[in-house]
Design a protein around this ligand. Sequence first.
Ligand code: SF4
Length: 477
Amino acid sequence: MMTGAQYVESLKQRKPRVFYKGERLHDFVEHPAIAPHVRTASMTYELARDPRHAEVMTATSSLDGARISRFTHLFWSVDDLVKKIAMLRLLGQETGTCFQRCVGLDGMNAIWSVSYEIDQAKGTDYHQRFRAFVARVQREDLMCAGAMTDVKGDRSLAPWKQADPDLYVRIVARRPDGIVIRGAKAHTTGAVNSHEILVMPTLGLPPEGADYAVACAVPIDAKGLTVVFGRQTNDERKVEGGIDGGTPFGIVGGESTLLFDDVFVPNERIFMAGEGEFAGALVDRFAAWHRANYGGCKAGNADVLTGATAALCEVNGTIGNAMVKDKLVEMVHLVETNFAGAIGSSALAKRLPAGNWLVDPLLANSVKQNVTRFVYQVARLAHDLGGGILSTLPSDADFQSAEVGQLLRKYFAGKAGVDTDTKRKLVRYIEGMTSVATLVEALHGAGSPQAQRIVMLRQADLPGKAKLAKKVLNIVD
Ligand code: SF4
């Protein structure tokens, strides 16, 4: 397993084509907009090397028996799924933000299961190829990004009916040695600082959409791949640094748009190429695993947010107030409700034909549905308790000013003996973790609220529930 420093060094060895704010970045790893996200992802490596966390952060490879990072491990049991949630909560607590590496992990498990089923049905050899890919990911401790969401153009039209057929990633050429893909994937978490991109379809596809049913692995510096790193509301702050720059880990996941401009993918890296009838299962399974995750990582983040809010109340001298305590307990209640759902969906997991285990989809989607509400409610409570200073605190530069800095420190004092810097750090963290980027990520990450409701309706068995009611009420059809 790599150390955090080795991971950062490994990124420097690669030469992806990265753009940010109109400029090509040659040293993207050190760029102030990207470096915080690199540091956060490096924590997935650092904690895996820490013997105190070995049980949660590492696992034994099913492929060669080596001790590996849990971020490269397939889910072989309920215990693996529960430990994954524990790992996400731990990392959420240690970084206070999104550490990005889980998308690739869930993508690996989705492709593992579906490639097996395609082979069983069609006599292809995708699973064998993917097994070799996973073995390399485990051996070299690689970080994979999962690229699923297409840019989608006119959403009322199927991919092959778009005015521009490239608005969903598709196969534009089939060669004896591989395929050529073209299109763009949006919102790709951690892509710029990943070693590999796992490309996956975004929806189930009928035969006429076969060219859009593509799952494959593309190295981050593949010819024809361009990474456009997204803006965030706080990106000027990251460049300014200081207290206004926030924690070393930034906020949310550092998402990118990926442009695939006729990227050649050799056969050994292709795991689905036209089998659209399996694409829906791949999407649903990936989504179930990833939606359950949010009960872990967001709980860890909220532990830090709740702690920061309580500490700010302490600085403000309001922590003894019963109403303040009650609101902090409400934050805790919302967070633990979500965590319980994530553990529950793992506990009720079922074994797939390929041998890995799938969380209970109804519970997993309920977790994510709750996140779309609870993260906003938790943020509201933090705003309520934190006060107007969350949106009006003067800049770090003013606090450093020779002319007004001293007066600002005098008038922004809280409880006697607490440094004003402490108060400002708490305020800036709460501001960042309740800002638009964080809230939108909680709403739309791993799928928008309606996407969960569609799965929940499918899983809810309403006719079965109606039968239960009729039986209890002695209603005869
Ligand atoms: Fe992992 Fe959570 Fe970030 Fe998704 S949102 S990549 S589960 S930390």
